[in-house]
Design a protein. Structure first.
Length: 277
C-alpha cells in the first residue's frame, strides 16, 4: 500500500508538471525534426563532395567529415556558445551572438555533428549504385544535375534510408545533451525538474524511458514507410499499401502461368534409363 500511495503521489506531481513536460517534449521534437532535416542537407552536400573525383572537392569534404565526427557534441556546443563569440568580439564582426538564440545554436550543433556521420551513409550509398547506371547516364549525355536527380540519387536514396534512420534515432536521444544549454528547456531538462517532487526512478526510468521509446518507434516506422515507398518506386518491393494490407499479396498471373509448364514438364520427363532401353 505504501508503494501504491507513493506512485499516486508521483502521478499527481506529474499532473502538476504536465504543462512543462509537454512543452519540453515539443521542444525535443522540434529539435529532432529541424536538426535532422538540416543535418540531411549537410550529409548530402558533404557526401556528394566526398564521392567526387575532384581532389578540390573531395579533400575539404574529408577534412570536415573527420573533424566533426571526431569532436564531442558537448565540446561543439560549448565552442559555438562561448568560444566563437570571442572571435566576433575581437575582430569586430557584426553577426548575431549565439546566446541570443540558443535554440538555433543547439539545432545547428546537432545538425553539424550528425550530418558528418550521415555524409558517410550518403557517400557509400552513391558508390553502391551499379557502375552500369553511371555509364548509362554518360552514354545518354546527361548533365550532372539531371543524372543525379533522375537516375543515381533515387537508387541511392533507397540504400541510405536504413543508415539515416539509425542516425536520426541517435539524434533524438542525443538531443538530451541540449539540456545544458541556457533557455532550451527540452524534455530531459523538464524531467530533471520532475525528479525533485518525485524521484529519479519515476521521472527518468519510467516517464523518460517510455517517452523516448515511443518517439523513437514513431520515427523508425515513418522512415521504414519511406524506405518501402522508395524501393517500390524502383520496382524492388511491394508498395506501402500492400505491406499494410491484411490480405496476402496475390501471385501475379504471369508468374503462375510461367511456373505451371515447368512443373508439368518436370513431372512428365522420362528417366534416362528408359530412354536407353
Amino acid at each position: 500500500m505504501d508503494w501504491l500511495d507513493e506512485q499516486r503521489a508521483n502521478f499527481e506531481a506529474l499532473g502538476n508538471f504536465s504543462d512543462r513536460i509537454l512543452d519540453g517534449l515539443i521542444t525535443t521534437v522540434q529539435l529532432t525534426v529541424i536538426s535532422g532535416l538540416l543535418g540531411f542537407v549537410i550529409a548530402v552536400v558533404l557526401g556528394l563532395m566526398a564521392g567526387s573525383r575532384s581532389l578540390w572537392l573531395r579533400g575539404p569534404a574529408r577534412v570536415l567529415i573527420e573533424f566533426f565526427r571526431g569532436i564531442s557534441l558537448l565540446v561543439l556546443l560549448f565552442w559555438l556558445l562561448y568560444v566563437l563569440p570571442l572571435f566576433w568580439i575581437k575582430y569586430d564582426i557584426t553577426l548575431p551572438a549565439p546566446q541570443d538564440n540558443t535554440f538555433a545554436t543547439a539545432a545547428i550543433a546537432l545538425a553539424i555533428n550528425y550530418g558528418a556521420y550521415g555524409a558517410e551513409a550518403v557517400r557509400s550509398a552513391l558508390t553502391s549504385v551499379p557502375q552500369g547506371q553511371w555509364e548509362a547516364t554518360t552514354a545518354l549525355s546527361m548533365s550532372w544535375p539531371h543524372k543525379m536527380r533522375r537516375i543515381i540519387f533515387p537508387q541511392a536514396w533507397a540504400l541510405m534510408i536504413p543508415s539515416l534512420t539509425n542516425l536520426w534515432v541517435h539524434l533524438l536521444k542525443g538531443s538530451a545533451i541540449v539540456s545544458i544549454v541556457p533557455e532550451v528547456n527540452e524534455f530531459t531538462f523538464e524531467l530533471d525538474n520532475l525528479r525533485r517532487p518525485t524521484d529519479i526512478w519515476f521521472s527518468h526510468a519510467f516517464i523518460g524511458l517510455a517517452t523516448y521509446f515511443v518517439l523513437a518507434l514513431i520515427l523508425t516506422l515513418g522512415m521504414q514507410a519511406l524506405e518501402a515507398r522508395a524501393k517500390h518506386k524502383l520496382g524492388r518491393g511491394p508498395s506501402l499499401w500492400e505491406i499494410l494490407s491484411p490480405d496476402p499479396r496475390p501471385t501475379p498471373p504471369d508468374a503462375a502461368s510461367a511456373a505451371l509448364p515447368r512443373t508439368k514438364a518436370a513431372t512428365t520427363r522420362p528417366r534416362a534409363g528408359k530412354e536407353t532401353q
